[in-house]
Design a protein around this ligand. Sequence first.
Ligand code: 7RM
Length: 631
Amino acid sequence: MTNRIQSFEEYQKEYEKSINEPEAFWASKAKQFTWRKEWDKVLEWNFDEPKVEWFKGGKLNITENCLDRHLAERGDKPAIIWEPNDAEADARTYSYKELHSEVCTMANVLRNQGVKKGDRVCIYMPMIPELAFAVLACARIGAIHSVVFGGFSANAIADRINDAACSFVITSDGMYRGDKHLAVKETVDEALKKCNTVDKVLVVKYTDRKVDMVAARDFWYHDAVASASQDCQPEVMDAEDILFILYTSGSTGKPKGVVHTTGGYMVYSEYTFRNVFQYEEEDIYWCTADIGWITGHSYIIYGPLLAGATTIMFEGVPTWPDPGRFWQIVERHKVNIFYTAPTAIRALMTRKLDFVTKHDLSSLKVLGSVGEPINEEAWNWYRNNIGKNELPIVDTWWQTETGGIMISPLANHSPMKPGFATYPLPGVQPVLLDGDGNEIEENGVEGYLAVKFPWPGMLRTTYGDHERCRRTYFETYKGYYFTGDGARRDPQGLYRVIGRVDDVINVSGHRFGTAEIENAIDEHPHVVEAAVVGFPHDIKGQGIYAYVICSEDCMDEAQLIKEIDQEVVKHIGKVARPDKIQIVDDLPKTRSGKIMRRILRKVAEGDTSNLGDITTLLNPEAVQEIIDGRK
Ligand code: 7RM
């Protein structure tokens, strides 16, 4: 029996069924899993509070479904293949049996240290197998994981730890990224100076760099393992118990802790994985994302392991030691399904084709894209050079908040059109809204992308602040989940997601709020005001452009720019460094004092031909000034 959609006609039938009988539809997808107790009700919801509950009353543990469920049939099958940063070093493989015992061992280490169901555990680690063990070990014992991407700073970690009141941190003695070593443990130590909820730090020895161990707080994983059993009864969770928190940026203030729960997320991540990529039992699957982002959660760990797949975890970067690294890995592990981001494609397509052609890519069957709109040029390069001009590309649109893929072709079955995510998956009911919140029925239009019916993988709340969740996603358009994206629907009804319509910048597929970066810049004592906008960037999709007003007694400009850059690194992390910082005397404002971001975006883009009417501004002369000063 193959448990996936086999043709476009079948997709259409499934879609119909999922709309007409959503509960029966999702119940039929949930049945294959191991439930300790079946649910009482498939779905309860309203988008006003909002309240969304899937499989209520159901009892389960997601790791029992990722691991134990496969042992009889696939115990010796590779679950994780880990490819290290160092291209010369050997890969490491963990079978389902081995992964099971690693996860159980780490789960016991956590339990022995007093971590209980519902406790929040912050994980700040490199892409090494222990990161996957840590995530699953938390889920095993019902602790809530909050993974923080390795590129974030001590302050960003502290904010996330404090927001979720984490009691436990898992980290390592260091991390590699290309030819660099990053002092992960020191960053955690720095962060913890600002936190008072954490009482234990578990440290995985990896790079063997010397680190300070704080007595009674820090302990080594390899020491703790000695007294931990490999036998770990899973905590029995309610379907709606929290599985994890993952922080993501929005248009205002600090990042929000998006909350995903157990049962619905499980069903949705597996269903979408299997169908979008048309996964088959023997496939080797590789998603190049970092586990610090939602793509890594859903499509390196949970989705593939739930489906019993072999998933590759890559520690390194696409361009080191050379821009052939991805293709070398594809060849080495005979990868069948390859899932990456447009930014990586754009970075690699500028290099000599030799880096591609010298590798045997004949194992590839399906290519995927995620994180931002894929431009036609990148799509074509991907299709022609990696896809031998014949492989399907699934352009998958989704968000941290949606938990899994929402709009995407099904490989080999759906029509494809460069730049288009095409059709919604079964169970997903997208709409385009006009500025007044009315649904636009016809095709060949653009609008605000919203969803009018719940799906099992959707966020349930933002941690500790349900009202913020309601305001952010459910208030702008009453009765809908609002995505923050604008989209177009072509005459055939295919969707193309154009990008954010709020103050969120998408840099290489990573989301940053303009306000978040402005707040970091404002921390500099000589900064009076800052305005941050995105601008088109050849490789990253969008770059970050910061306009900064500094105080009269300002020191020299070059020095100030350096310090502002460091301020961003300090408060958010290297990932959010502005591409351009321009010191200005004034920012264009409306008479009510609002910064005219539209104009700033135009100038950042280098398009000053059509700035519209600026005479109504409070300070029209500021516009020419910033144009003249543009770097
Ligand atoms: C999975 C992920 C979400 C935002 C989203 C969009 C943009 C993602 C696509 C895309 C066009 C795509 N989660 N986005 N995928 N835009 N086509 N296929 O990226 O929370 O980090 O970002 O990314 O703007 O709202 S995320």
